[in-house]
Design a protein around this ligand. Structure first.
Ligand code: S3P
Length: 440
């Protein structure tokens, strides 16, 4: 796809439902008793993969665009699938469903595309085996063959990587375990949508901050049933991040995004943009289905020189990086426009995402003329760079495709994005919505 530079972004948008929340909503609704109506369900290919796996497990789902009706089958109502379950490109589908399937009275196989089959799965295999699950894998990678053990044993587990997928996998297994399952997160508390949704469906999930220990524990205990309850999913803040970065970097932009999810475990992107000197304002609008929502307004600055970080803002590391994990490609692009540039560290997880995102960012930033240092756990870009249009490779990764589309808007001259269609994996409407707010 060819991308021309943009002058600015102007307009007002509403985005499709959050991908992380949509996966969880579909899975939890499938396990509930009764019918759940979900509005503004994510239009992503990743969430479609979750729905098709659930359908193969005997769950009846009616879909009309972003509106879904799910007939819950109850905690013991899933049926053995007659073929492997294809999770496509979606790590969340595979890791969350593994937690559910580990506790069924049947065997199932979880597989996915080449990218997903190369990603690390020991992080879920290990805790699930401690709960009594029987799983075989290809050296810690998919396909995963799960035998199903009922009931699982409850587990107290201290997380080794900061991953909401791992935490959610254990909690979903904990729904079908005898006793009290506990997941302890050190230093970083990752996105908590599973906890909030389980509560929405009537399960008392408890979260305790361990005083002085810099850690947080989540508990789930002897769940007997989930009660179906309708839901409306807030707009996806990780999708919005690409548009927010473009608006922040393009002089004279004025972009408003309404009904966006503002869960505090996801809003680090807003705080980071503000600390880097961007004019981002938030209007909170209460909670919808246990998730905070509101509107975000981004004004492009009058002069690019003003994108100047507050003291310490030019380095992203530690817990903030885990909370920004999906927004780092867009932030690396913004870093090229910030005084003093941007360094991203403690981000080794980016090497095992849909592609090695550190490598992909370094290659593409260099192709556009940016000065970049690559580290095992991150990168550093020099700021205030005049980007040049270039041939850019998405490496089949949706977030790399969208981040470098934004970079192409900021560049001088035309760019070409190879594999731009991969944006469908999380945000199929990206190019159409972007075009609707671009002024050239
Ligand atoms: C997600 C968690 C994150 C994130 C992914 C979605 C989730 O992955 O990168 O896009 O919905 O739980 P990790 O848990 O591997 O960090």
């Amino acid at each position: 796809m060819r991308i021309q530079p943009a002058r600015r972004l102007r307009g007002r948008l509403r985005l499709p439902g959050d991908k992380s929340i949509s996966h969880r909503a579909a899975i939890i609704a499938a396990l509930a008793n009764g019918r759940t109506h979900i509005e503004n369900f994510s239009t992503s290919e990743d969430c479609a993969a979750t729905l098709s796996c659930l359908a193969q497990l005997g769950v009846s789902i009616e879909r009309d665009g972003a509106s879904l009706l799910i007939e819950g089958v109850g905690l013991k109502g899933l049926r053995a699938p007659s073929a492997p379950l294809d999770c496509g490109n979606s790590g969340t589908t595979m890791r969350l469903l593994a937690g559910v399937l580990a506790a069924q009275g049947f065997a199932a196989v979880l597989t996915g595309d080449e990218s997903l089959r190369s990603r690390p799965m020991r992080r879920i295999i290990e805790p699930l085996e401690l709960m009594g699950a029987r799983i075989s894998s290809e050296g810690g990678r998919a396909p995963l063959k799960l035998k199903g053990t009922r009931p699982l044993k409850a587990l107290s587990y201290r997380m080794k990587v900061a991953s909401a997928q791992v935490k959610s996998c254990i909690l979903l297994a904990g729904v079908n375990a005898a006793g009290r399952t506990e997941v302890i997160e050190e230093a970083v508390s990752t996105r908590d949508h599973t906890e909030r949704l389980l509560r929405w469906f009537g399960v008392p999930v408890e979260t305790k901050i361990e005083a002085g220990a810099n850690s947080q524990a989540v508990f789930i205990e002897n769940v007997s049933r989930l009660r179906a309850r309708d839901l409306k999913i807030p707009g996806d803040i990780s999708s919005a991040a690409f548009l927010m970065v473009a608006a922040a970097a393009l002089r004279g932009s004025d972009l408003e995004i309404n009904s966006l999810g503002l869960n505090p475990t996801r809003t680090e992107i807003i705080k980071t943009l503000q600390e880097l000197g961007a004019d981002v304002r938030v209007r909170e609008d209460g909670e919808r289905c246990n998730e905070p929502i509101g509107d975000v307004h981004v004004h492009g600055l009058e002069s690019l020189k003003a994108l100047r970080g507050a003291a310490g803002a030019n380095i992203l590391r530690g817990g903030a990086v885990a909370r920004l994990i999906d927004e780092l490609p867009a932030l690396a692009v913004l870093g090229t426009q910030v005084w003093g540039g941007l360094e991203i560290r403690d981000a080794q997880e980016l090497r095992v995402k849909e592609t090695d995102r550190i490598r992909a960012m370094v290659e593409n930033l260099r192709a556009m003329g940016a000065e970049v240092k690559e580290y095992e756990d991150g990168l550093a870009v020099t700021g205030q760079t005049a980007l040049r249009g270039a041939r850019l490779d998405s490496y089949g990764d949706h977030r790399i495709a969208m981040a470098f589309t934004v970079a192409a808007l900021l560049a001088e001259g035309e760019s070409e994005i190879i594999g731009a269609e991969s944006a469908r994996v999380s945000f199929p409407e990206f190019y159409e919505l972007l075009e609707s707010v671009i002024e050239r």
